[in-house]
Design a protein around this ligand. Structure first.
Ligand code: NDP
Length: 283
């Protein structure tokens, strides 16, 4: 039987309607949630992501501001923009679009963002909260992916979860979130030996590699939940890390690309920003 499609557009529509209601309630208290995105240089993929974030804000009634800085921006100039946004009461979420040009230090920039305005959840303080399971901002992509996994209704307790990819922004936090849900988690990467032996055991398989068609049907357990985080461009078309057409014949649930995790990532970003704005409301 073909897998059930976990539709990020449908889930996002429902969630964004709830977010829009929270925005309206905040506006009644005189607060318009505001998201600022800093974009350095002209990376075409980043341009698209930033545009979609702006569109998402508009859709739910939030304020958004894009700060475009030239490719040759210095670290001091970037840090100073972040500090201005930290101090700006109209801005509740600050996001530095990654990747930055090579001469800039991403970690230094991320560390400059106030943890309470770090709606991407990449600040070390928020990464620490994620690790310890204490309250903080959860990174948008793994948060969206977990929401999709939970939407299947399966009991995650004791399930085998395999994450391919160990980046700080996707793979590692994804593994942590699944661990918090009591899955038995295996985190795979480019040095993993016999990758398919791991993936074939997975009740939940998350691919965050960045290689089109990397996960093939023979790597997937029958009935598994397959979450495709990858965003790749092949002949001008966007596709994920999973061989969707063949894997969907074997999996129990699968996310499409586009219209899957990417959509949910932006929805979680909006949610994190509204959370940040709500935290500024005096009791
Ligand atoms: P990175 O390049 O930072 O990480 C890729 C990971 O894949 C690394 O850990 C790498 O291992 C691992 N890897 C590479 N080759 C292999 C292999 N042959 N076998 C096993 N593991 C391998 O990417 P990101 O985590 O930033 O992003 C991953 C994908 O997700 C990209 O396509 C990106 O565009 C997409 N993405 C999508 C988002 C969304 O909203 N849907 C948000 C963010 C990213 P090693 O560490 O050993 O090098």
């Amino acid at each position: 039987m073909a897998a059930e499609i976990l539709d990020g557009k449908v889930m996002s529509e429902r969630l964004r309607a709830e977010i829009a209601e929270r925005v309206t309630a905040l506006k009644e208290k005189g607060i318009t949630p505001g998201l600022a995105v800093i974009l350095v240089g002209n990376d075409p993929a980043s341009e698209i992501y930033v545009r979609n974030k702006g569109k998402g804000c508009k859709e739910v009634g939030m304020y958004s501001r894009t700060i475009r800085l030239p490719e040759e921006t210095t670290q001091e100039e970037l840090n100073s923009e972040i500090e201005k946004l930290n101090a700006d009461s109209a801005i509740h979420g600050v996001l530095v679009q990654l990747p930055l040009p090579k001469h800039l230090d991403e970690q230094e920039a991320l560390a400059k963002i106030l943890p309470e305005k770090d709606v991407d959840g990449f600040h070390l303080i928020n990464a620490g909260h994620m690790l310890t399971g204490t309250e903080g901002v959860i990174a948008c992509t793994p948060r969206g992916a977990l929401y999709m996994i939970k939407s299947t209704g399966i009991d995650l307790d004791g399930k085998e979860a395999v994450v391919i990819g160990r980046s700080n922004i996707v793979g590692k936090p994804m593994a942590m979130l699944l661990l918090r849900e009591n899955c038995t988690v295996t985190l795979c990467h480019s040095r993993t030996k016999n990758l398919a032996e791991h993936t074939r055991r997975a009740d939940i398989l998350v691919a965050a590699v960045g290689k089109a068609g990397f996960v093939t049907a023979d790597m997937v357990k029958d009935g598994a939940v397959v979450i495709d985080v990858g965003i790749n461009r092949v002949d001008g078309k966007v596709c994920g890390d999973v061989d969707f057409e063949n894997v969907k014949k074997k999996a129990g649930w699968i996310t499409p690309v586009p219209g899957g995790v990417g959509r949910m990532t932006i929805t979680m970003l909006l949610d994190n920003t509204v959370d940040a704005a709500e935290r500024t409301v005096k009791p």
